[in-house]
Design a protein. Structure first.
Length: 123
């Protein structure tokens, strides 16, 4: 019975795929291209990171030393363990100064974090 089902799926699926591809014939795009452009950095000298804990669990991450040029940017943090696995994350929050606190969820044990990945996008 499994062989019959597989054969039916392949037999039925193939004509549908070909019909779908046939419907795309004649479809055109106004513009197609590729390229690259430089990405500007609002904070070239890095940031500092500290944790706030409650009941032994990390509840928020404070990112400090943020350059004024980053005001208005979107800030996200990801708390990682020793194997670089995400154990908590927070954001986005809008940067509005040289230090920004981001609540994280879930709240991992204070001994768990081995690092924090910080993303500042924009402004």
């Amino acid at each position: 019975m499994r062989l019959l089902t597989l054969c039916l799926a392949v037999t039925v699926g193939l004509p549908c795929s070909l019909a779908g591809a046939g419907a795309l014939q004649g479809a055109t795009s106004g513009q197609v291209g590729n390229g690259s452009s430089p990405v500007t950095v609002c904070d070239a000298d890095g940031v500092t990171v500290s944790y706030t804990t409650s009941g032994g669990n990390v509840t928020s991450v404070t990112v400090g030393g943020i350059a004024v040029a980053c005001n208005g940017a979107s800030l996200r943090v990801t708390v990682v363990d020793g194997s670089r696995t995400s154990v908590a994350s927070g954001g986005p929050v809008t940067v509005s100064g040289t230090s920004q606190t981001v609540s994280v969820s879930p709240n991992p044990a204070g001994a768990t974090p081995a690092g924090v990945d910080v993303s500042i996008a924009g402004p």
